[in-house]
Design a binder for this molecule. Sequence first.
Ligand SMILES: O=C(O)COP(=O)(O)O
Ligand SMILES: [Mg+2]
Length: 226
Amino acid sequence: MTVRRLAVFDMDGTLLDSLPDLAESCRELLVFYGLPALSDTVVRTMIGRGVAVLVSKALAAATSLVGEGAPVIDETEAAARFMTLYTPRLTRLSRLFPGAEAALHTLRDAGWTLAVCTNKPEAAAREILRALEVAPLFAAVGGGDSFAVKKPDPAHLLGTIAWAHGQPARSVMVGDMPPDWLAAEGAGCPFLFAAWGYGQQAPEGQAWQAACMADVPARLETILPV
Ligand SMILES: O=C(O)COP(=O)(O)O
Ligand SMILES: [Mg+2]
């Protein structure tokens, strides 16, 4: 049996304001390699394509500040090291965006099935939902390592929709970054841009233009029929 309607949420920058813990873990990593720190504002733009991309971009940005004589770093090892730094602090400062939890309850009470599709590792995503006491709200959690591919590949979103017993045409993807929009487009699923997150909507006429956008989580219930 398939569910009537499914709302799939991206995690970082959509449900979760994870920037403080991600940025602090980045800075701890950079200290380890003797590299200069990066501000939250810089790290914010690097979130949304998974740990490997975040670490790679942070290393590149910090290394470019050093110039000649910067250390040569194994990025695979650095990504593993980042996870050992980030895992103990998944919810030290990270919180759901204001209004997000209430919006999730409203949608669920109105008959929406809810799911998470994040490029974060699945175990970390599940632990965050558990610690913030919202795990029972979600029928499925598709992480960045749950399938062979991750967003922007639509197979990540399609796999999450299948886990939640949904159908793409009766689902909506809510996200804050181009990988979310691209996955939704490839999956044949409407996209709702979370303008409170870490992304920026492209100027008029560019490809990544959400059909629909919400400025705050509370707006979801006025856009999605409840
Ligand atoms: O970049 C990440 O690790 C996760 O990002 P997402 O939850 O926005 O997909
Ligand atoms: Mg995101």
